[in-house]
Design a protein around this ligand. Sequence first.
Ligand SMILES: *Cc1c(COP(=O)(O)O)cnc(C)c1O
Length: 380
Amino acid sequence: MKFATKVLHAGIVPDPRTGAIMTPIFQTSTYVQEAPGKHKGFEYARTQNPTRTVLEENLAALENAKFGRCFSSGMGATDAIIKLLAPGDEVICTHDLYGGTYRLFTTIYKNYGIIFKFVDLQDLEAVKQAFNKNTKMIWIESPTNPMMRIVDISAMVSIAKSYNSWVCVDNTFSTPYLQNPIDLGANIVIHSVTKYISGHSDLVMGAVITNEKALDDKIGYIQNSAGAIPGPNDCFLVLRGIKTLHIRMDRHCENGKKIALFLKDHPSVDQVFWPGFVEHPNHQVAKKQMRQFGGMISFTLKNDHIDFAFKLMRKLKLFNLAESLGGVESLIGHPASMTHASIPKEERLKSGLTDSLIRLSVGIEDVEDLIKDLKQAIES
Ligand SMILES: *Cc1c(COP(=O)(O)O)cnc(C)c1O
């Protein structure tokens, strides 16, 4: 099956009892057993829920993988993956990691004896040097947030394999429509389903996807033991949103490209970070591993003062000022004070995240209206 067919059909069958074409919301905590231990594969709703199972199968299929597990949030999914590790284990991660992931790693899991090394994953030599016999995992985001750097996933896989380490890719920004890390050799893909996959800014959810039965068994054990599961209503909403993922992504990418070009040509704009530009330092890698370049764009202004960036954000009418991304409506954010506020300033500056950096999540509105809105805000 091709992608556009999978979003509608993978793992999804009409309800056998009624023929309902939409997957029912199984709002139940438990399932009646015929005799002790004799059941239909469902015992208790932390362990299994049929609405969740359908979504898990669908998500796995979209990443060309066999196994998927849904969690109560992207962070819940991340937390489950780190629980695969033990004290003394080391994780190499990208140095411009999502703020919430950075916080979980550096303030919670460091107390459990797990060592996190933050490395510029574009620098293959630095990556090789960071590996040692204790390295159990490399944690990749690509494109990175908010600097839109591209990490060569295949190159990371070949280094990690020689140390027998897992490669985990946070594929939230790309979605399975633009990039499939498991096809490139990654062991685990994690998503904040909250973002593009659900796509309508109406819920919080995460997912862990793998092609390896042993890994999926461990993740399932953690999911059931720790219990960070999503409710069936949210699973239904994601199943509904996912049906248009490919159409939404095409429009996000198309609008993103036009807005990136508009910003690049505007005399008041300084730098524009978007992997679709031929001049982007990793454009060739992006072209190799992504199908399109996404609708996430960051930029700085020639007038680098923070007040100027704040004023611009206030002047916008269609771009709403909010955290999060990937919804149908366009959003604007200020990473230094919002999504990345939990990263110390000196760490932020090391990865190029200045106080005046503005991030756009380009929605699926009419692009001419979006450009008009940006133009009046920049020029006011
Ligand atoms: C939002 C986000 C997360 C965290 O997901 P939640 O669903 O908010 O818990 C993780 N990684 C990336 C790249 C994100 O954008």
